[in-house]
Design a protein around this ligand. Structure first.
Ligand code: PLP
Length: 441
């Protein structure tokens, strides 16, 4: 009887009526642990009083002022806070309303940068297979998730993809992680040369692959080699931290753990913590200068960029994220989550890999642990796990198509950073029961 075109038609979704801490309550009074923060969004849990207060204070002052007429204190403050926390070299901020918008803006910045500096022949985007960068046309084209792209392919702009860094499946027997990183670097370099080194504009990657692979981080040195190759050919490196950024992996930016600085980085999700839809692109001085000294503008914009209430929420979220006890908790609770999952599921014949960092963890489901054979996709194991988990009062984020867009299943966990030890135990217990029930184990 709904008038909404829901994501899936005909499912009987529970109605969320309240949220508090790590819990969401539905109309029937059932309570769910938000073990995935929705989709890695609710980093501070629900109804955080300080964020609500910052939003209502801003609403009482002014809720909206178009950015072609005004800037606001909250938007300026947010940008200053982000730049202060970002690795050195990311000096300016462009505000948008979500992750896909951030990726679109970053792609357009890359293109305009080359136009401004007189290299307008640069147009190719290289990204990785089994990645997700959003659902708008440019972002979808950039992402390498075959399932999401398939029916829209005829209308997607041309993009190019290389292999992800996915050690669980792609590290060859006897290959060291250094050799693996080098193999992937060589593949990227070959693709650049094939396309014409002076025609490639940007390489785009998630430091930790979220929704598509399930919390897959790189092997050591991978991103260092990628940065070197981008520098060698004068190509911009865009890191997509929409999911893995804003403290999710235990550092404010995931890239800090790789020791590299990109030219552009996209953030969203945890930036607004779900209190407001907001995203951002952080850009280097080099790109800003090219615009400032060139046309004097970035030829882009949406009605709601820099929205004051969203900026107020995000500014408060970022201030809270920067309190030392919060990242300490992400690391501590992340370790406990990994240990708990290892203990409960590590020996399961249907669990191939348990991975991730901080409070972004993934569990890859297999039909045979030794051969890493996935389940028949027709069984929709991921959908069964989601259902079983919801029945047990747990929100988790399972996906299918882990390996190639069709085969493979994984579950992603991304609970709020305020989570406590007994709540981690409850997630592990409910998830293990849900997985065992779904795979018939
Ligand atoms: N990039 C990454 C890495 C994401 O995980 C997502 C969403 O899951 C997006 C971009 C798109 O963000 P949004 O759904 O806010 O448009």
């Amino acid at each position: 009887m709904t008038k909404i075109l829901h994501r899936t038609i005909g499912t009987n979704l529970p109605r969320a009526v309240a949220g508090e801490g790590i819990y969401i309550t539905d109309r029937e009074g059932r309570s769910y642990i938000d073990g995935s923060g929705g989709a890695a969004v609710s980093c501070l849990g629900h109804n955080h009083p300080e964020v609500l207060e910052a939003m209502s204070a801003q609403m009482a002052r002014i809720a909206y002022a178009h950015t072609s007429f005004f800037t606001t204190d909250v938007a300026e403050e947010l940008a200053e806070r982000l730049v202060a926390l970002a690795p050195k070299g990311l000096d300016y901020v462009y505000l948008v309303s979500g992750g896909s918008e951030a990726v679109e803006a970053a792609l357009k910045m890359a293109r305009q940068y080359y136009v401004e500096i007189g290299q307008s022949q640069r147009r190719h985007i290289i990204a990785r297979r089994q990645s997700y960068h959003g659902n708008t046309i440019g972002a979808l084209a950039t992402g390498g998730n075959e399932w999401r792209r398939a029916q829209f392919k005829p209308i997607l702009p041309e993009t190019h993809h290389v292999s992800p860094c996915y050690a669980y499946r792609d590290l060859q027997p006897g290959e060291t992680s250094e050799a693996y990183a080098e193999r992937l670097a060589v593949e990227l370099e070959a693709k650049i040369v094939e396309l014409g080194a002076d025609e490639v504009m940007a390489f785009v990657a998630e430091p930790v692959v979220g929704a598509t692979l399930g919390a897959v981080g790189p092997v050591a040195d991978y991103f260092k080699r990628i940065r070197e190759i981008c520098d060698k050919y004068g190509i911009l490196l865009i890191l997509d931290e929409v999911m893995c950024g804003m403290g999710r992996t235990g550092t404010i930016f995931a890239m800090e753990q790789e020791g590299i600085v990109p030219d552009l980085v996209t953030i969203a999700k945890g930036l607004g913590g779900g209190f407001q839809p907001i995203g951002a692109v952080l850009l280097s001085e080099k790109i800003y200068r090219a615009f400032a000294d060139g046309s004097g503008l970035f030829q882009h914009g949406h009605t709601y960029i820099g929205h004051p209430v969203a900026a107020a929420a995000a500014s408060k979220v970022v201030e809270i994220l920067n309190r030392p006890e919060l990242m300490t908790n992400v690391i501590k609770m992340g370790d406990q989550l990994q240990a708990g999952l290892d203990e409960a599921l590590g020996q399961s014949p249907h669990v191939g890999d348990i991975r991730g960092s901080g409070l972004l963890r993934g569990i890859e489901i297999v039909s045979d642990r030794d051969t890493k054979q996935p389940f028949d996709p027709a069984l929709k194991i991921h959908a069964r796990i989601k259902k079983e988990a919801m029945q047990r009062g747990l929100m988790c984020y399972p996906m299918g198509g882990t390996i190639d867009g069709k085969n493979g299943d994984h579950v992603l966990l991304a609970p709020p950073y305020i989570i406590k030890p007994d709540q981690i135990d409850a997630i592990v217990e409910r998830l293990a029961a849900a997985i065992n029930s779904a795979v018939g184990g």
